[in-house]
Design a protein around this ligand. Structure first.
Ligand SMILES: [Zn+2]
Length: 285
């Protein structure tokens, strides 16, 4: 919004501004996960694989539907940028904007990561978050945002004039290219707006600008997800480190992140089925 208002407010401006806020999407009809079932399944988890994501780089990983995965802080405070795709169809991918609209600017246990149109179904459900205690701080900021897009070399060029090749966008591009045997040019259009894992962000009170502050994450903290469909994931250990000061450079202290893939006792999940893709017939008339 322009900070140079040139239009006089109408006489009824305060009345117009005083209308009640209405939550855009009623949560009462939003399909919720069976968190009791999730909790029972969590009690039987067994680690079947793990991937270490090096600092200022990204790695891909796969999670079969009905499995869980954790993103774990190891060694030091570090933010991660997460992309998710349907493992069988890259056109179905995480829809950060709709997830934000359906849940909130920041997500935690019980929230779900929704996929793009026309699929619009939960790809993953957050089943545990050791930073769930953080809530909202006095700056109005929270953890695990679905606001930010990902650091990228184009915005960096725009703002600084320089080139940096280890922004999360580039890291995710290289990771997907390696996983799918694509060139970086072919892989790049599949990279999408992220879940900013462990990142602490908000909007300034006065100008409503996106801000970041030091992540409260500490080694041992993790966020855990239940894979609702077969997933291909990619995680970048952001060059911003804990994002307390800067990103898009080698200036910040950076640490690896760990992704753990976990299997629950299949008997407990007997009767659970992956969500169907959205039933809207796509006629648009
Ligand atoms: Zn980044």
């Amino acid at each position: 919004m322009s900070r140079l208002p040139s239009v006089a407010a109408p006489l009824d401006a305060e009345e117009r501004r005083g209308k009640p806020a209405v939550v855009c999407y009623p949560v009462e009809t939003l399909p919720v996960a069976d968190m009791d079932l999730m909790e029972r399944a969590r009690g039987t988890l067994e680690k079947v694989d793990e991937v270490i994501v090096p600092p200022r780089d990204a790695r891909s990983f796969r999670v079969p539907q009905g499995h869980f995965f954790r993103i774990v802080s190891i060694e030091g405070a570090q933010v991660g940028d997460l992309n998710l795709w349907n493992a069988d169809d890259l056109s179905e991918r995480f829809f950060s904007g709709k997830t934000r609209a359906l849940h909130a600017t920041h997500v935690t246990t019980g929230d779900r990561l929704w996929s793009t149109l026309p699929y619009l179904r939960p790809m993953a459900t957050i089943t545990h978050d050791t930073l769930g205690w953080y809530g909202w701080d006095r700056d109005g900021s929270g953890v695990h945002d679905v606001i930010g897009t990902r650091c990228d070399p184009y915005t960096n060029r725009l703002l600084s004039g320089g080139d940096y090749h280890h922004c999360c966008h580039s890291n995710l591009t290289r990771a997907l290219a390696a996983e799918k045997h694509l060139s970086v040019t072919e892989a790049e259009p599949h990279i999408h707006d992220v879940l900013n894992v462990f990142m602490c962000t908000g909007f300034t009170q006065d100008t409503h600008q996106y801000f970041m502050k030091a992540s409260p994450v500490r080694p041992g903290d993790f966020i855990e997800f239940f894979a609702e469909i077969d997933l291909l994931g990619a995680l970048s250990a952001c060059p911003g480190g804990d994002c307390s000061a800067t990103h898009s450079s080698d200036a910040a202290a950076c640490y690896p992140l760990k992704v753990e893939i976990l299997r629950a006792d299949p008997q407990i999940l007997d009767g659970w089925a992956p969500p169907s893709r959205n039933a809207y017939p796509r006629t648009h008339r």
